[in-house]
Ligand binder design. Structure first.
Ligand SMILES: C[S@@+](CC[C@H](N)C(=O)[O-])C[C@H]1O[C@@H](n2cnc3c(N)ncnc32)[C@H](O)[C@@H]1O
Length: 214
């Protein structure tokens, strides 16, 4: 199954959205030619959305769970306050050098703190309060990530979770869903029932949950 929006409409939306910076375009291109599972990268349209949300909030502290090559971290960091900081976590140490190189090229290596390891172990050690959280790592742990961060998100703070339509698999009968799709379906139900947040599910790309802590 593919993403919710047909490729042609996705490309149309990209065409009429702000352009990627030169560096982001380079990261996008290099990832697609040099890195396995390049489809994990947020990409032009979602990247501009992350940047826009961050610029609207002007966060002091951002937490990202799932760095990959650092593309979304750089988009989110565009809205950081002058002395703001973005913590990002990834367990894949093979991409660490590449991430650090990109953060340095963006002049962001002081503002972006990359933590290498399992997010479940690292999140409790990162101080809040968070103004903005982006959940974009392994799907079976989305609910655990939400539980670990929610008390550290400030009132009015924003959370985003990626891939919540899981290529449309969330519509399949449960016995036909993959392990990841099942986890996402359970996460979506949990979020929709949580009284501490307001939420709207966006059908951008593979589905993006936008949540605000009340
Ligand atoms: C979808 S990619 C992130 C994409 C990135 N946020 C972007 O939009 O460009 C998911 C990343 O989560 C990482 N990951 C998966 N499980 C993890 C875990 N338990 N702890 C930390 N990182 C994890 C993977 O190594 C992978 O790089």
């Amino acid at each position: 199954m593919s993403d919710a929006i047909p490729d042609s409409l996705h490309l149309y939306a990209e065409k009429f959205s702000s352009k990627e910076t030169r560096l982001l375009r380079k990261i996008n291109r290099e990832t697609n030619t040099q890195v396995p599972q390049a489809n994990m990268l947020s990409g032009h349209l979602q990247g501009r959305f992350l940047s826009m949300i961050s610029k609207m909030i002007k966060p002091a502290v951002i937490l990202e769970i799932g760095t990959f090559v650092g593309y979304s971290a750089l988009c989110l960091a565009e809205g950081l306050q002058e002395n703001g900081i973005l913590y990002t976590i990834d367990k894949n140490d093979e991409l660490e050098e590449r991430c650090r190189r990109y953060f340095h090229e963006a002049g962001m290596d002081k503002k972006i703190k990359l933590h290498q390891g399992n997010a479940l172990d690292i999140i409790p050690a990162i101080p809040g309060p968070f103004d903005l959280v982006f959940i974009d790592a392994d799907k079976p742990n989305y609910a655990a990530y939400f539980d670990l961060v929610i008390d550290k998100v400030r009132q009015g703070g924003i959370l985003l979770a990626d891939n919540v339509l899981y290529h449309g698999e969330i519509l399949l009968p449960e016995d036909k869903q993959s392990h990841n799709a099942k986890a996402i379906a359970a996460f979506n139900k949990k979020i929709s029932e949580d009284p501490r947040i307001d939420e709207v599910m966006l059908t951008m790309r593979d589905g993006l949950f936008l949540m605000m802590k009340k």
